[in-house]
Design a protein around this ligand. Structure first.
Ligand code: HAM
Length: 421
């Protein structure tokens, strides 16, 4: 009984201090780069009315039908932990009348999402996304701009990835295509896996997503949506591709890419990484011109994406992770009570001047304190013994090459400044 209190829930995890530095690095990079493209941060709540997701994402989707953390609050209202943040962002955009402002609204968010999925590598029940939504433009150039920003962000973190795109049509052409798929699938009902048999009737497009080996020959032979787009969608897709080409972005067209949320129209895309294994999707996104209306607002075209932050941190190269680590600039080693008092004064003064200083209170031998200095990765160590106290001059050791020198406190400050990368 007690043991279970000392264990987190399955699918959740503690992100420990040594890993958090990589998370900060990634979040800071996103904030820096996204703001250059005019995106501003928004922080919607984690808890929303269940209906927002049911309508926005679609009642037949796995996310809404099977994976949401839904409960009744004390007032008897059905609420859900957000499984994604596009619906919330559009809700906030409408609620705060951002659609009345001139120009595009470019919004981004960073935070936890919740889906009760089957646990596997790269998949958590509480996971984190960095997402961006551009609201208010039908222009295909926004697709290219947002995708370019995402790839630039990933490149800045030295993450190798591949862009996959497709068009999923819209309310005019998709229903006919779905009907065509359904007719085809009915002919193969006996050969399909159980999930596909059910999806063929309820959420037909998702059949294209099936990974079961025996379904593959049937799915590969199905008609492709690209051959059944209406004139408007086909033209839009052509323009998106030409804007991507103009930006020098290479992509692969994947006719089976349909995504698991109902709000998408026209462009859908994913960015995958071979380093991720089975759950290889790093980024998922697309256009959702009808979402605002579905939520009861005016028509607001939108395009955006979300990236799995957990997955991104998982594949961050070691050299990039190192950029996020900020070990103490100075570790203070002291011998005796008087030396401790002096160490505290020095540390306080240096910290107020902006230096990261570390000391422990267990005291102990020189050797044991040096061991701790090594463990925290301190760049420089300052020794304070009786002799140093008396002369007000101190020995410092540069840990990188073990060189030592004697310094005054003013010289120490200048030395630390010089050591900064
Ligand atoms: P999504 O494809 O459901 O799209 O999720 C986007 C990304 O979140 C995925 O590619 C993956 O990296 C990450 N992700 C999803 N589920 C999990 C999980 N259980 N564990 C770890 N990572 C996960 C959306 O959420 C849309 N709202 C994206 C969007 C924004 N479309 C337009 N705007």
């Amino acid at each position: 009984m007690v043991a279970s209190l000392l264990t987190n829930l399955p699918g959740t995890r503690d992100i420990l201090p040594e890993e958090v530095s990589s998370w900060h690095l990634v979040e800071d990079a996103a904030r820096g780069i996204f703001s250059r493209y005019g995106f501003q941060e928004i922080r919607p709540p984690l808890l929303e009315a269940t209906e927002l997701f049911a309508r926005g994402i679609g009642g037949e989707t796995d996310i809404v039908g099977k994976e949401m953390y839904t409960f009744q609050d004390q007032g008897g209202k059905s609420v859900s932990l957000r499984p994604e943040a596009t619906a919330s962002t559009v809700r906030a955009y409408l609620q705060h009348s951002m659609h009345r402002e001139a120009g595009l609204s470019r919004l981004y968010y960073i935070g936890p999402m919740f889906r009760h999925e089957k646990k596997q590598k790269g998949r958590w029940r509480q996971f984190y996304q960095i997402g961006a939504e551009a609201l208010g433009s039908e222009h295909p150039a926004i697709e290219a701009e947002v995708i370019e920003m995402t790839l630039f962000f990933l490149e800045s973190l030295e993450v190798q990835s591949q862009l996959l795109i497709n068009s999923v049509g819209d309310g005019k052409c998709r229903p006919q295509y779905i009907e065509l798929l359904r007719q085809n699938l009915r002919r193969h009902q006996a050969e399909l896996c159980e999930d596909c048999r059910q999806r063929a009737e309820t959420n037909t497009l998702r059949v294209l997503d099936c990974k079961v080996a025996t379904c593959q020959p049937i799915i590969n032979a199905l008609p492709k949506i690209a051959d059944h787009l209406c004139e408007e969608c086909a033209q839009h897709f052509e323009q998106v591709k030409s804007y991507l080409q103009a930006a020098g972005i290479s992509y692969e067209i994947v006719p089976r890419l349909v995504r698991g949320l109902d709000y998408y129209v026209k462009t859908a895309f994913e960015i995958v990484s071979a380093e991720l294994g089975a759950q290889n999707a790093l980024v998922g996104g697309g256009r959702y011109d009808g979402l605002a209306e579905v939520l009861g607002g005016p028509r607001v075209p939108g395009f955006g994406f979300a990236m799995g932050l957990d997955r991104l941190v998982m594949i961050l190269p070691e050299s990039v992770r190192a950029r996020g680590k900020h070990p103490p600039e100075l570790y203070l080693v002291y011998l005796g009570e008087a030396a401790l008092s002096k160490a505290l004064l020095i540390a306080r003064s240096l910290r107020h001047k902006g230096f990261a200083c570390h000391l422990e209170f267990a005291g102990g031998s020189l050797k044991s304190q040096m061991r701790l200095a090594n463990r925290v990765g301190a760049r420089t160590v300052l020794f304070i013994g009786e002799d140093e106290l008396a002369r007000d001059r101190y020995i410092i050791k540069r840990m990188e090459d073990s060189t030592q020198q004697e310094v005054s406190l003013e010289e120490l400050e200048a030395f630390l400044r010089m050591q900064r990368p």
